[in-house]
Design a protein around this ligand. Structure first.
Ligand SMILES: Cc1ncc(C[n+]2csc(CCOP(=O)(O)OP(=O)(O)O)c2C)c(N)n1
Ligand code: SF4
Length: 311
């Protein structure tokens, strides 16, 4: 899309308390523009609830409901139901970190998805609990240092976007702060759909991942170029890769060696050769799994997953 088509009005004000180079604030700025300022935001405890500042001096220019860590999707469902009764079609949007999404908020998220609540749930995934001091979350990748995995995380991350695909909701996509135009378009598209919509944004965090704050966008792009993050969209029953991931899938762009991504961040500086091989295998396996989803109807992917789980 042309840059001139992007909403010019700002809904996340400058001078807020986010770190310099903060991916969450870059993404939120873009999301609020795509929503056109006509939404209610539900925010569980996370960096955003701190950097936006307290009412009435909040840096966010739309109504915000700060809610308990576990309850974002349930809170949004309640607000939506109340608006429905009043004949008000304002969009209700959850804005949560990966800690609030992958871990403590997962049951409320899954419940709202299963009920097909008419809300948009957006997770900005910085792969850690950054607000409370860089602890591991279940979105933290294998091998990464955090203050609770100081020898490197021993487990691979789970994948909530894939879990949401199996909930049979109308819209699921992944995005990245390295490609804000793509994020803008995905939010615009989700805005026009009714029912449960999930968008997950990859968000490299400079203090948490240990890289200089002017490298945020570069590292976000490297994640996609190396297959550590894959851009896709599931809408109206169709699964497709988007942006740079689509170019890789079509053979128009070569996937870069993940070593370049790993060596760009202090959190991976303790990796051994065998751990790097394990990460390469993870990328390969996940890529093949998503290609499988693209090439088959989604329901058969769900059936296959169930068969595999049953052995
Ligand atoms: C029930 C509960 N447990 C723990 C906390 C403390 N807490 C506040 S923010 C936060 C981290 C949130 O991490 P994430 O959702 O990934 O967002 P980020 O900080 O990375 O923006 C935690 C653990 C809390 N507020 N409520
Ligand atoms: S710790 Fe990371 S996500 Fe949190 S405000 Fe700073 S840069 Fe943003």
């Amino acid at each position: 899309m042309k840059i001139s088509e992007i909403e010019r009005e700002e809904f996340l004000l400058p001078g807020n308390a986010a770190c310099h180079g903060c991916p969450s604030s870059m993404a939120l700025r873009t999301v609020l523009k795509a929503l056109g300022g006509k939404a209610i935001l539900v925010v569980p405890a996370c960096c955003t609830s701190v950097y936006m500042g307290p009412y009435p001096n909040s840096a966010i220019r739309i109504p915000v409901f700060n809610t308990a860590f576990a309850a974002a999707a349930a809170t949004a469902s309640g607000i939506r139901a109340s608006l429905e009764m009043q004949g008000d079609d304002t969009v209700v949007v959850v804005w949560a970190g990966d800690g609030g999404t992958y871990d403590i908020g997962l049951q409320a998220l899954s419940g709202a998805a299963e009920r097909n609540e008419d809300i948009i749930y957006i997770c900005y995934n910085n792969e850690i609990y950054s607000n409370t001091g860089i602890q591991r979350s279940s979105a933290t990748p294998y091998g990464a240092w955090t203050t609770t995995t100081w020898k490197g995380k021993k487990e691979h991350r789970k994948d909530v976007a894939e879990i949401l695909l199996t909930h049979n909701v109308p819209y699921v996509s992944t995005a990245s702060i390295g490609y804000l135009g793509d994020l803008y378009e995905k939010v615009r598209k989700a805005r026009e759909i009714r029912g449960f919509r999930y968008i997950e944004i990859h968000a490299p965090c400079p203090p948490g991942w240990r890289f200089p704050m002017n490298r945020t966008v570069h590292i976000a792009r490297l994640a996609v170029e190396t297959g550590m993050w894959i851009l896709f969209e599931y809408s109206e029953g169709r699964f497709s890769f988007t942006g740079a991931s689509d170019l890789i899938a079509k053979g128009k762009k070569k996937m870069k060696d993940v070593q370049e991504y790993l060596s760009s961040q202090g959190r991976f500086s303790g990796l051994t050769e065998s751990e790097i091989r394990e990460i390469k295998k993870y990328i390969n396996d996940r890529w093949n799994r998503l290609v499988g989803i693209r090439d088959h109807e989604l329901p058969s992917f769900i059936r296959l997953s169930a068969q595999n789980a049953l052995g």
